[in-house]
Design a protein around this ligand. Structure first.
Ligand code: NAD
Ligand code: DAU
Length: 381
């Protein structure tokens, strides 16, 4: 295997930490440079187990800081980028859209331009030392299914699916050909960054790949997102704020299955191609919430469903997308990828992880975050 120097952005966040760990573990010949600004969502505790590995370097920096990004490309002879750094929470984007445009759009552009300056002069190839075979450079941008907008809930009760172990709630899915129709400031900023990435391929010939993934769940997710927030609230018997009627549908994928897909696509994906990543695993929010209550209650030795009364319907999210459902058959047919975990198994592992890691939850939610959460929730009552 050839040696590579890979810049992973946002590696101290939820998905990024799983990707960094996977690459550091699996590729001892690679040098993994994790660049992260350490916003409220980035936490070095997520990577404690690998922080001393010889093939790993952490750099605290902002992707919008173009000079620093350029310096890193030259200092570490970066030949591959896996770009995950972003502002990622839809509710925050509704309150503060500017910071989403700054990081997600301008930050991506800053990385693209730095990569171009480093790679274009040598024909998008990089040799590490005299006599070594040059490696093909690659800019891999991690995006979301939310850029496609929202699907309709045409089967509100769900219907058996031919492609999934679970029910589906509509007749169509997002494919790689679905036109972009983002609704939230978050998804608009991600859509814009996707367009910039493709523009750098079409204009300059940069070797890029974009993937659009559905909702991830698993360990180390910041507890402002539905699943970790609700596990923590059930444990502490705090209200579970379900937006609207709880009928919105999301398509859930275990985070390590996403990291595994990213590894495969980084190495084997076709340049300038887009791949959708998803688990064919649609759930209505309210059904997940009930499953979480039952699972947490069982694991804590409480009466079955004792905490259902915590479910509190609150004002809906503005512009709340009704349904996301990803068709990831291209990834299956071209690269042979499939999710490894059934949802119930993944959710059980996830609930156990949060119940066993209360220290992690307490450390990431101390201070400023508490104030933010309380103000968000009081606005919705
Ligand atoms: P996250 O919010 O948990 O982590 C984001 C990381 O980026 C944090 O470590 C943060 O410190 C860092 N960061 C933010 N702004 C930065 C900046 N200006 N410079 C450097 N670092 C910065 O996010 P996540 O859920 O792990 O998502 C990672 C990526 O995957 C994002 O691009 C997101 O859009 C995409 N994605 C997420 C999901 C999901 O379900 N979570 C699904 C599909 C795609
Ligand atoms: O689809 C991929 C996207 O999934 C990623 O691009 C985003 O970064 C990620 O945050 C996630 O977006 P969602 O908005 O779908 O995730 P969230 O966990 O915030 O919400 C999931 C659903 O649960 C959504 O329909 C809103 C609802 N919800 C969420 C919260 C936080 C509630 O009903 N109550 C809540 O308190």
């Amino acid at each position: 295997m050839s040696s590579r120097n890979i810049l992973i952005t946002g590696g101290a966040g939820f998905i990024g930490s799983h990707v960094v760990r996977r690459f550091v573990d699996r590729y001892p010949d690679y040098h993994i440079i994790n660049m992260d600004k350490l916003t409220y969502a980035g936490n070095l505790a997520n990577l404690k187990d690998i922080e001393d590995r010889p093939n790993y370097t952490f750099v605290k920096a902002d992707i919008c800081d173009f000079e620093t990004v350029c310096r890193l490309f030259s200092e570490y002879s970066i030949d591959g980028v896996i770009h995950l750094a972003a502002e990622s929470h839809v509710d925050r984007s509704i309150v503060d859209p500017f910071s989403f445009a700054r990081t997600n759009v301008m930050g991506t552009l800053s990385l693209l331009q730095a990569a171009r300056q480093a790679w274009e002069p040598s024909g998008w190839k990089m040799a590490h030392g005299a006599g070594t075979e040059p490696v093909e450079c690659r800019f891999y941008h991690i995006s979301t299914d939310e850029v496609y907008g929202a699907l309709e809930l045409t089967c509100p009760e769900g219907k058996p699916s031919e492609i999934s172990a679970h029910e589906v709630y509509g007749d169509d899915f997002f494919t790689e050909e679905t036109k972009y129709q983002p609704h939230s400031p978050y998804s608009a900023s991600k859509a814009s960054s996707d367009h910039f990435v493709r523009a750098f391929h079409d204009t300059y010939g940069m070797p890029v790949i974009v993937t659009n993934c559905s909702n991830n769940y698993g360990p180390y997710q910041f507890p402002e997102k539905l699943i970790p927030l609700f596990i923590n609230n059930i444990r502490h018997r705090k209200p579970l704020p379900v937006y609207g009627k709880g009928e919105n549908v999301r398509d859930w994928l275990y985070v390590e299955d996403h990291a595994n897909a990213i590894d495969l696509i980084f190495h084997k994906g076709q340049v300038a191609r887009t791949y959708n990543i998803g688990g064919f695993n649609e759930w209505k929010n309210i059904d997940i919430v009930k499953l979480l209550v039952r699972t947490v209650d069982r694991l804590l030795g409480r009466e079955d469903g004792e905490d259902m009364s915590l479910i509190t319907y609150v004002a809906d999210r503005k512009g709340h997308d009704m349904r996301y459902a990803i068709d990831s058959s291209r990834l299956k047919s071209e690269l042979g990828w499939e999710p490894s975990l059934q949802f119930e198994e993944g959710l059980e592992k996830t609930v156990k992880w949060y119940l066993d890691n209360q220290d992690w939850l307490d450390s990431v939610t101390s201070g400023e975050y508490q104030k933010y959460y309380e103000s968000m929730y009081s606005d919705r009552k």
